[in-house]
Write a protein that binds this ligand. Structure first.
Ligand SMILES: Cc1ncc(COP(=O)(O)O)c(C=O)c1O
Length: 373
C-alpha cells in the first residue's frame, strides 16, 4: 500500500486502517463480537493475538490503526472521550505532581481534576487557552484544548510545547474539536493527543468514543496497561461503526466548515447577536493563530443571545437546529452551555453546523432569530 503521508485528506480517510485486500473478503471486516476467544490448549495466549475481549479485539485494532494513521502516532481507543482523558491523566500524574489544565475547556475535565486529582494530592493549575500561561517549572503535564470548547479560543501548540519541554513537562492536546484533519498536534510538538471521538471524528451522533495517540512507546504502553486494568474499552459494534464513519470525515468536515462560514457571516452581521466566535472569521481573536496552525477550521461557532428565554425562543422557532448537547454530528444542533454548568453567560450558545445545505440553514437561522426577538 502507498504511504498515506503523501496522500490527501479524502484518500487518507477512505483508506485509513483497512486491511490488505483479500479476494472474497470485505473492505472493512465486520465487528468481531467476543469476550473469550478459543485458546490453544498447549501454548495458551501466546499462540494467537486474541485471548480475552477486554485487552484484545481485532475490530478495535483496525480502528486504532485508522485513527493512528490520521494522527500520526500509535492510538488506543477508549469507551468515551472522558475515559481517554481521565485515563491519560491518571496514567501520567502521581501525588505531588502539578498539572496545567485549560480554564475554558471541557468542564468535566476540570470537575474531575477538582474531585479526583486534587483528592490524590495532584496540584491543579488552570490557564486560559489563549493565555497567559503560568511558568511550567515543576509542572509534569500541560493539557491544552484547542480550539477550546465552548469558547473557541485557540492555543499556539508549537510555542507552548517548546516552553513546556524546556521545563521538562509533557504536553497533551485535546484534539476533539479540530479532529486530526484540522490539526496534527503530534507534528506541532505535543507528546500525546487525547480526544473525544464522539464528535466530528465519527460524526453521526450515534456512539461514544475516545482515544489517546502518541509516538512515545512508553506512554502508549502505560496507557494500554491503564485501559486494560480499568476496562474502559469501546464495544466491537461501536468500534466498527466509528471506523465506517471515518471514511466520510473529509466530506463531512468540508460541509460543516462551509456551513459555519455562512452562519458566522450571518450572525456577525446582525445587531441583535453579540459575541460571535468562529476562528475562521478574519476579525476573530483566534484567527491568526488558528490560520497558522490549523489545516481547516471546524464547524462549531458560538454567540450570545442575551438571556436564556431568547435562546429558548430561538430554538423553538428554528426548524433545522436541534436543541442538543454535543457537536460534530450530521444535524445542526445548538446548546445553551450555562445549563450544564459551564462558566458562560446565560445567553451563550454553542452551535454545531451539520450537513444541511448552507442556503437552507442561513434562511432558517435568520428566521428563527427574527422570531425570537
Ligand atoms: C473537548 C472535549 N473533550 C472531551 C470530551 C468528552 O468526551 P465524551 O463525551 O466522548 O466522553 C468532550 C465532550 O463534549 C469535549 O467537548
Amino acid at each position: 500500500m502507498s504511504d498515506m503521508a503523501d496522500q490527501h485528506d479524502g484518500t487518507r480517510c477512505v483508506r485509513a486502517g483497512l486491511p490488505e485486500p483479500v479476494p472474497g473478503q470485505p473492505f472493512l471486516p465486520g465487528p468481531v463480537f467476543a469476550a473469550p476467544y478459543h485458546l490453544d490448549p498447549w501454548a495458551g495466549p501466546a499462540a494467537a493475538p486474541d485471548g480475552y475481549g477486554r485487552s484484545d479485539n481485532p475490530t478495535r485494532r483496525l480502528l486504532e490503526a485508522a485513527v493512528g494513521e490520521l494522527e500520526g502516532g500509535d492510538c488506543r481507543v477508549f469507551a468515551s472521550g472522558q475515559a481517554a482523558i481521565t485515563g491519560l491523566l491518571l496514567t501520567v500524574l502521581r501525588p505531588g505532581d502539578t498539572v496545567v489544565l485549560p480554564s475554558d475547556g471541557y468542564f468535566s475535565v476540570r470537575a474531575f481534576a477538582a474531585d479526583t486529582l486534587e483528592g490524590i494530592g495532584v496540584r491543579v493549575l488552570l490557564a486560559p487557552t489563549a493565555g497567559p500561561h503560568p511558568g511550567f517549572d515543576g509542572v509534569r503535564l500541560v493539557l491544552l484544548e484547542t480550539p477550546a470548547n465552548p469558547g473557541l479560543d485557540v492555543a499556539d501548540v508549537a510555542a507552548l510545547a517548546a516552553r513546556a519541554h524546556a521545563a521538562g513537562a509533557l504536553v497533551a492536546v485535546d484534539n476533539t474539536t479540530a479532529t486530526p484533519l484540522g490539526q496534527r498536534p503530534l507534528d506541532l510538538g505535543a507528546d500525546v493527543v487525547v480526544a473525544s471521538g464522539t464528535k466530528a471524528l465519527t460524526g453521526h451522533s450515534d456512539l461514544l468514543l475516545g482515544y489517546v495517540a502518541t509516538r512515545s512507546a512508553e506512554l502508549r504502553d502505560a496507557v494500554t496497561a491503564w485501559r486494560n486494568a480499568t476496562g474502559a474499552v469501546p464495544g466491537a459494534f461501536d468500534a466498527w461503526l466509528a471506523h465506517r464513519s471515518l471514511a466520510t470525515l473529509d466530506l463531512r468536515l468540508a460541509r460543516q466548515t462551509a456551513n459555519a462560514q455562512a452562519l458566522a457571516g450571518l450572525l456577525a452581521g446582525r445587531a441583535d447577536v453579540t459575541g460571535v466566535r468562529w476562528p475562521g472569521l478574519p476579525g476573530d481573536p483566534a484567527h491568526l493563530v488558528a490560520s497558522a496552525q490549523m489545516r481547516r477550521i471546524p464547524g462549531v461557532l458560538a454567540f450570545d443571545l442575551g438571556d436564556a428565554d431568547r435562546v429558548a425562543r430561538f430554538l423553538d422557532a428554528a426548524r433545522l437546529v436541534f436543541a442538543a448537547t454535543s457537536f460534530g454530528g450530521p444535524h445542526t444542533t445548538a446548546d445553551r452551555r450555562a445549563q450544564w454548568g459551564d462558566d458562560t453567560p446565560p445567553g451563550f450558545v454553542r452551535l454545531s453546523c451539520g450537513l444541511e445545505d448552507a442556503v437552507d440553514l442561513v434562511a432558517d437561522v435568520a428566521a428563527a432569530l427574527d422570531a425570537s426577538r
